[in-house]
Design a protein around this ligand. Structure first.
Ligand code: SF4
Length: 328
């Protein structure tokens, strides 16, 4: 359904040209969940904004690649056509529902507008559709609460309303950008479960952007790990968790607190990935991860690793991916 090929995005800043996305490729099928994982500045949100067509241009600019959706390259379409696809076939769920919703309009009205503008529904029909959607995302007393404003809902309930907005026009693809980051842990799990359930039911493709490995384990089919604007590992979720084929992925997995591991080493320190992600204005030569990598060799400083095929449907941008898998 969606195929992104060799996508490149730059930002022109006063300090120079920032290569935010440097040749990213992935695909998402109907009913499938791809998690895009990475630290801040890894390019995960920027690549999603390019897919949605909501990149700030300028300073951003797509400098290369293709974004094929339902057989068409979105980068060749005009703004009007992209807006139509964005409204009806793709939808986005943002991290901060409070700033994504209009604060001065009741949530029921905002939902109903989607049906009035895009489906030509009457006021009464649109209002009913809005209440149905609010029930669908399990807002208690939905009919009464349709007249409430965004600030009258809790964070978790607001995020449910964002999900309802995204589902309103039955899109084929939803991009959820850190949809649970601002929520308490227990509410996070409820919202993710709801999103996963609706995604299965509606057979939508879902791109889940996150920095949290805990969120993706139960809901994703595949994971693309990004670092310095590239995908460094791409794998089915269970294979990646069982044996990461890139030291960066391994570092991320090792730095997740685990009760069993704390017991084994007597509750010692949590492993961390030393150093910081590179500035995108000055990406290190060779492998961009080499200054932080515990396995780095001279070849890593000299040659940028290509995407090696690890197994079917699995790639790693590491010269030493075999050693990395063997370590676990
Ligand atoms: Fe580490 Fe070298 Fe692999 Fe880069 S290519 S991740 S530096 S081992």
């Amino acid at each position: 359904m969606l195929e992104v090929r060799d996508l490149r995005v730059e930002f022109h800043t006063r300090d120079g040209v920032v290569g935010a996305v440097n040749g990213v490729s992935y695909a998402v099928d109907a009913g499938e969940t791809l998690a895009v994982l990475g630290e801040s500045g890894s390019g995960k949100s920027v690549s999603a904004q390019a897919v949605m067509g909501i990149l700030d241009i300028p300073p951003g600019r797509v400098t290369g690649g293709e974004i094929r959706f339902a057989g068409r390259d979105l980068l060749t379409l005009g703004p009007e056509e992209r807006r139509r696809i964005r409204g009806e076939q793709m939808a986005m769920i943002f991290q901060d529902a409070l700033s994504a919703l209009n604060p001065v309009l009741p949530v029921g009205y905002q939902l109903a507008e989607m049906f009035r503008v895009h489906r030509g529904a009457t006021r009464k029909e649109a209002r009913e559709n809005a209440v149905e959607l609010m029930e669908r995302v399990r807002i208690p007393a939905a009919r009464q609460r349709a007249g409430d404003y965004p600030h009258q809902f809790s964070g978790g309930m607001r995020q449910r309303i964002m999900i309802a907005m995204a589902l309103a026009l039955s899109p084929e693809l939803i991009i959820a950008d850190e949809p649970t980051t601002a929520l308490d842990v227990t509410v996070q799990a409820q919202v993710m479960d709801l999103l996963a359930e609706l995604q299965r039911e509606y057979r939508m493709g879902l791109i889940l952007i996150t920095h949290d490995l805990g969120v993706v384990a139960d809901v994703a089919d595949r994971i693309a790990v990004m670092y310095a604007g590239r995908i460094v590992e791409h794998a089915p979720v269970h294979e990646l968790y069982a044996a990461p084929a890139h030291p960066y992925t391994k570092g991320l997995l090792d730095s997740v607190p685990r009760l069993d591991r704390a017991g084994r080493d007597g509750g010692g320190e949590l492993p961390v990935i030393r150093g910081l992600p590179p500035s995108l204005l000055a990406i290190p030569p060779g492998c961009p991860f080499h200054p932080r990598c515990p396995l780095a060799q001279p070849v890593c400083r000299a040659e940028r690793p290509p995407l090696y095929d690890v197994s079917e449907g699995r790639t790693s941008a590491c010269h030493l991916w075999r050693e990395c898998i063997g370590e676990r």
